[in-house]
Structure formats: C-alpha cells, structure tokens
Design a binder for this molecule. Structure first.
Ligand code: GUN
Ligand code: FE
Length: 453
C-alpha cells in the first residue's frame, strides 16, 4: 500500500486507463482518462483528454507536471468490497469441509471462535486476516468478530491502522450454542453497548460498529429486540445470516413455526435499508419482496455456498427484482479471502443454474465486477462514498499492473494497442485468471486526518 497522507488541498491527478461500473453499464472502460483527486475526493473524471491537460490544469488549479501517467498495461479500478467476512475464521480457512453448515459450526467454528477470549491470540489472528484481505485488494469489508467485545475493539484498531474501511460486529448468541460459547441475554446486550461506546470514543474515520446477531437459531427474540433498539439508538447498520442452508431453514421453522425466516428478523426490527443479510439462497418470493420493501441488502457468498454445500443463489432473479446485491467471501465458510475469487465463483455458479433452465441468463463477469464494487457499496450503505469513480466520491482504488514482475497472466496487447477491447481483455483475464496471492495490488487511497495508507 502506498502511503499518501494528503492535505485536503493537495491534488493527485492520474492519466491513463480507468475502469469502473455505473448503474447504466456494468463495465465502463475509459482509455485515455484523466482523474482528478483533491485531498481524498474525486473532483473530475474526464473521459478522453487528448491534449487538454493544460486546460483542465488551469480550470482546477493543479500543476500539469505533477500528473501521474499510468504505464502501458496499468489501469485503475475501484477497491473491492467484501460485504461478509468472519475475521476470526481466517485461522481455519480451507479446512473442515467434511460437514454441512450446522455441524460445521458446532465442530469447527464455535471452538475456534471461543479462543478469541485470549486478546493476544486475537491480535495475532486478526492482524493476519486483515493483512490478507488487503493483499487481495479489499479496501472495504464488513466483518463479523466473535462474542468477545474486547477482541472486537482490537480488530477495529488493527483495521484502522491498516487503512482499510470497515464495519466491525461483536457477535451475539444467547441460545442453541455450546456452553463454552454462549452469552446471557443481558450480558450480550451490555457488552454490545460497551463495544459501541468504545467505537464511538475512538472515532475512527473509516471503521465503525455494526450490530451482529449471528442468526435466528442462536438468538432469542429478547436478544433480537434489544439489538434492534441498540441499532436504532446509535444509528447503526445490522448484519446477519438468512436462509443459507436447508437444514438451517428447517431448524428456524421449528423455532418459529408461524412465520417465515425473513419475517422473524422483520418482526424484531432487524430489517432496514441498513441491513446486510448473507446468503438468502432459500428465500421464497414473498421473502424476496420483503427484502426489497425493507431495503435490505444481500451479501452473495458463492464460495461458501458451494464448499459448505449449502446451495446456489439465483442472483439474476434478485437483480430483476431490484434487490441490492454485493459479494462476500464468507471466510471461512468460503475458503478464499479474495473478492476476485468471489467474482469468478459468482459467474460459475450462475452458469451452473443455467444448465437446467431454458432462457436463463447467467450473470456475466462484467456484472459480477459491478457486484464486487458498486453493488457492495449499495449493500453497505456507502454508495455516496465509494463503489465507482463518480465525482464527489472518495478516491478508493486499486492500481492493476498487468505487466508487473511475474504477472500471473499474459496479455497480447501490443498487437491491438489502440483497441478499447484490449482493456476488456485485460480486465477479463484479470478476473478470470489472475492468482491474487502472486499479483501486485497497490491500494491507492488518499487519506484525510487518519493514519490510513
Ligand atoms: N450462520 C451462522 N453463523 C455462520 C457462520 O459463521 N458462517 C456461515 N457461513 N453461516 C453462518
Ligand atoms: Fe457468514
């Protein structure tokens, strides 16, 4: 990550290829663009500059000599947004796929998460998890922590130091959980209140709290009501899991026979335009309508849905019904902390759905790219700040260098140097073939008044 602590009045101006998404077009490639950032805010994006840098410099008051010219093979894209990730589960990523969700939680997840009562262990594990997501180009993430409020504060501190934008949730569970990993309702609420107060005191510029009931099976209605009150009182977003696997849905049906899973959350004040629900694979049409009406966003986690054998989400249907959708890694239900992987997997599972459906249109990689950026910003309620390079938003970007040393994919741009399709090709091969671990991501973020980088 580059260290750009910039004064609000300082200009950073890029010239070169810029690729992002808009609501009208899934991928907009701008070949000879000029992007002007003052302090941390995007002030202009001019599509094809030709020779007019001097005119722009006069109009906006920057020095044309300071323009950063992107090299051949480089381009800017918006930072990736992970709308659903469990930071503590990073320590057992890639293991435990012998069991489906509910048994996986009991055998692997709860015992591991219980270790985060040890703040030293939490510090070590969280530092590695956050570093890894940043290496994969995640500039914004919505994290689940564990039941432990102190460790959740530690996670926020680590994220702030690393310069990532994030929501952090202290998890709540007061029933149907093992003895070593469960809370009393009152303690769960008071610890959450303490966590919120700690976060408020710290006043991080880009890291804040999210209310986090784990899911209906582990939360009494009293806890859900209390958490809804806390979200309202402190004006906070809410995150949870919904309709992820068949066994989980049956479990909820036994607990709440009179109503749907989605209605349970709604009846206890947990659905709003600031709510993020992960998975939603088994929501029926009425439930989807309720998600739409309440403005709830969905974190689509295809890697996890496949590897825990939970199911396949019909993203096309949700997009047609105008429900907000972003991508999530769901580490470690998903084994890969990369949103690039989530892009690929979302295209793959959508194509699998198309196998048995006539006239079904699977999502394209361009649409998946939009879900990973602009879609994620909508789901997290950050569309006014990030998600694309619209004027007025914060500059939050990845500089992709397709020709970096040991680049994991080959492009053949030289033969087609002036062809805009080249850029599509670069992006498509980035999305389809790059191995993020070996790839050079450079996160460029101008930061104002924080120690971000
Ligand atoms: N449902 C409740 N908790 C979890 C979790 O930790 N991971 C996943 N994938 N689903 C959940
Ligand atoms: Fe999850």
């Amino acid at each position: 990550m580059s260290n750009n602590n910039l004064e609000a009045s300082e200009w950073t101006v890029f010239r070169g290829t810029v690729i992002h998404s808009t609501h009208e077009e899934a991928v907009v490639p701008l070949k000879d663009a000029i992007l002007g950032v003052r302090g941390s805010q995007i002030k202009f994006l001019s599509e094809s500059v030709g020779g007019n840098i001097d005119d722009l410099a006069k109009e906006y008051g920057f020095n044309p000599k300071d323009v950063k010219h992107l090299k051949d093979g480089q381009f800017l894209i918006p930072g990736f947004i992970d709308t659903h990730i469990h930071a503590p589960q990073y320590v057992f990523t890639g293991t435990g796929y012998d069991l489906p969700l509910m048994e996986w939680l009991d055998k692997y997840t709860f015992p591991t998460e219980s270790k985060f009562s040890d703040i030293k262990f939490a510090d070590r594990a969280y530092s590695k998890a956050v570093k890894r997501t940043i290496k994969h180009g995640t500039t914004t993430a919505c994290y689940f922590a564990t039941l432990h409020a102190k460790a959740a504060v530690k996670l926020a501190e680590i994220i702030d130091k690393a310069g990532q934008r994030a929501f952090v949730g202290k998890v709540n569970m007061d029933q149907n959980s093992p003895k070593f990993y469960v809370e009393k309702t009152e303690n769960s609420l008071s610890e959450t209140k303490w966590f919120i107060e700690q976060m408020n005191e710290r006043q991080y510029s880009r890291v804040s709290a999210v209310i986090t009931p784990r899911f209906v099976p582990t939360c009494t209605v009293g806890l859900m009501d209390g958490l809804s009150d806390l979200a309202k009182t402190h004006n906070l977003p809410i995150q949870s899991h919904l309709c992820e696997s068949k066994n989980e849905v049956s479990f909820v049906k036994k607990l709440h026979p009179e109503t749907s899973y989605t209605d349970v959350y709604n009846d206890h004040g947990l659905l709003s335009e600031r709510t993020i629900m992960a998975h939603c694979v088994y929501c029926d049409d009425k439930e989807i309508e309720l998600l739409k009406e309440t403005g709830t966003g969905i974190a689509h986690c295809p890697n996890s849905n496949t590897f825990l054998a939970s199911g396949i989400l019909d993203v096309r249907k949700l997009l047609e019904r105008k429900v907000k959708v972003g991508l999530g890694t769901d580490v470690s239900g998903g084994y890969n902390p990369s949103i690039l992987d989530a892009i690929r997997q979302s295209v793959g599972v959508s194509k699998l759905l198309a196998v048995d459906r006539e006239n079904y249109s699977p999502i394209s990689y361009q649409e998946a790219f939009r879900l990973a950026t602009l879609g994620g910003s909508q789901v997290l309620g950050l569309e006014d700040k990030i998600g694309n390079f619209e004027v007025g938003k914060e500059f939050d970007a990845l500089l992709i260098d397709t020709k970096c040393a040991d680049s994991p994919f080959d492009t053949f741009n030289d033969e087609y140097a002036d062809d805009l399709m080249d850029i599509f090709r670069s992006l498509s091969s980035l999305v389809m073939t790059a191995t993020s671990g070996k790839f050079t991501w450079q996160v460029k973020r101008s930061s104002q008044g924080s120690n971000g980088s």
